[in-house]
Design a protein around this ligand. Structure first.
Ligand code: C2E
Ligand code: MG
Ligand code: MG
Ligand code: MG
Length: 290
């Protein structure tokens, strides 16, 4: 009896494992093809002032819309690319496309619009990213202060000694560094004072339940206070509701990003968003009733 169950379970896991291995191999195989064919591309989600609602800039997010696999989320394909090393190629693509598109957005929305680009810790292990980033800034005649690199906290803490020189070199180009998904890593807070960072981006998981759980609100308020005390800008990600916006406004959070303001948009849609918001009154959170 138990033998049959055991064998059954084993067969099930075996088939499941096989399926996952095949998908993984297929994604690995498709990534370089997709990069050449345009099946891999960047979309842009606005970052808005918490105070006024105005668009301050965008975050560049990668998309894979594969002919053979359909849409594959970045959470899945970025991890695979990080493991097999293709992330370096993808990272250069994100930097090149993000900088080119930032120059075009600035032509519409003004020279102070910013672009945040996600960078994997793996890209920071050798110094080629520094020269490449400098090249993208000069090729597109960007003010380096309008370029922002987002680095996820979890991988940062454990590799800090290795990547620190790279972070310093990137900072020296005049761009700014952001700790992404802040609050989800295992890290100690001690690196915050040594890390040449300008912005903390509070992870979506704390924003989701902001109104429902007093503890989440306390964590968010405390991160904002601590960030400001350290001279850092604080961004909230995954902002979906007006009620969340109102609370973040009370807490003095600087920047919000989420479906409330805009979903990630392709280049043309983002360009149109900039053209129309330049003409209409800004979105504002509803007044609070006391
Ligand atoms: P992230 O950098 O933390 O990006 C924010 C994620 O939250 C994005 O997911 C975005 O679409 C999603 N999001 C934003 N606002 C809302 C909201 O209001 N509600 C909900 N439900 N979701 C929201 P996405 O695009 O699937 O990206 C997932 C992760 O993949 C990113 O997290 C980032 O870590 C990674 N990633 C994406 N593009 C790149 C890239 O070009 N390079 C690297 N290295 N990583 C990337
Ligand atoms: Mg990010
Ligand atoms: Mg994030
Ligand atoms: Mg996140």
């Amino acid at each position: 009896e138990s033998k049959r169950c055991g064998r059954g379970r084993f067969t099930f896991f075996d088939a499941e494992l096989d399926k996952r291995m095949k998908r993984r191999l297929e994604i690995e195989h498709q990534l370089p093809i997709a990069l050449k064919s345009g099946e891999l591309f960047m979309v842009y989600q606005s970052k808005n002032s918490i105070e006024s609602g105005e668009i301050l800039g965008f975050e560049a997010l990668m998309r894979l819309n594969s002919r053979s696999l359909g849409a594959v989320g970045p959470a899945e394909f970025i991890e695979i690319a990080e493991e097999n090393g293709f992330i370096e190629e993808l990272g250069r693509f994100a930097l090149r496309q993000g900088c080119e598109d930032l120059a075009r957005f600035q032509a519409i929305g003004g020279r102070s619009l910013t672009m945040a680009i996600n960078v994997s810790v793996r890209q920071l292990l050798d110094d080629s990213i520094v020269g490449y980033t400098r090249q993208m800034i000069t090729d597109n005649r960007l003010d380096p202060a309008t370029l922002e690199l987002e680095i996820t906290e979890s991988l940062l803490a454990e590799n800090l000694a290795l990547v620190m020189p790279r972070l310093e070199q990137l900072r020296a180009l005049g761009l700014s560094l952001t700790i992404d998904d802040f609050g989800t890593g295992y890290s100690s807070l001690s690196y915050l004072t040594r890390f040449p960072v300008a912005t903390l981006k509070i992870d979506k998981c704390f924003i989701d339940e902001l109104e429902k759980h007093a503890n989440d609100a306390t964590v968010v308020r405390t991160i904002i206070q601590m960030g400001h005390a350290l001279g850092l800008k604080v961004v909230a990600e995954g902002l979906e509701l007006e009620s969340q916006w109102r609370i973040l406004r009370q807490f003095g959070c600087d920047v919000g990003q989420g479906y409330l303001f805009s979903k990630p948009l392709d280049f043309d849609q983002a360009e149109r968003l900039l053209q129309t918001t330049a003409k209409i009154p800004l979105l504002r959170p509803a007044r609070e009733d006391h």
